[in-house]
Ligand binder design. Sequence first.
Ligand SMILES: [Zn+2]
Length: 290
Amino acid sequence: MAGTSEPERGEQRLQSMLRCPACKGALEWSAGSAACAPCQADYPRRNGRPDFARAVMPATEDAEFQQERMNHRSLRGKLYDLGQRFITSEYAPFDHRADFMAKIPPGSVVVELGSGNRRLTADIINIDLFMFPNVDAAADIENTPLADNSADFVILDSVVEHVPNPQGVVNEALRVLRPGGQLFCVNPFLFPYHGYPAHYCNFTRDGMRHLLRGFSSAAVEPHYGPTSAVVNIISEYVAWVIAGERRTPYLAIRAGMLLAIGWLRFLDRWIIRSPQSHRLAGMLCSIAVK
Ligand SMILES: [Zn+2]
């Protein structure tokens, strides 16, 4: 369309994919809201972005700190992010997400469910329960406003552990994917509790295969290996047993532990090649085809 800017085209494309999450009816768009004629639901738009969830992040100290980090607002948040890149137990010998993203053809419809505040590519569609600055539509990801068969690729990166009903979210990804479309999913297995806002469950390889059984195929592989898992859990154990809820001593002890033993994670470069490495994997990566 002549005279239509790139962001406007993106908005039009998104609006054409969106339906009422309650009844899947067509939406009528106005400046301030998206209205559903069939069921009379009226969803507000915040800075133009539809809010189907109207959810408010719980105001816990942990949630505030995580938001501070995600928005890069404070020096403390920036320093924590920088430190965490080097002082960490986390190590993926294979960058599964980059490999997956690299194979996505230009012009594909890519949706990240539970995106948080990041934006992986310029034209990705970000959906999250909370209306972070980079979220395109706020919605319950178990019941999204996306039309059936509307997406070529769906990403669930460290999300299924944070929802009360992981099967509901995976089934929703299956519904919105077109036949032949692909789901990319990363989830923790042997990985400590991490809230923001809640952490419900971790999955084994069998658990992931079961969760993805509705797809025509699913490949589940270790993403973080056994040494990463052990280093992470030992560091967390020592820091938490000594410091408890006191955040600054906790962070200091955890950083000290990771400086001492974190380098061991690189052993996973070899260990992860074992067919049995999923037994102690820190995280798993799944690619499932509808
Ligand atoms: Zn409706």
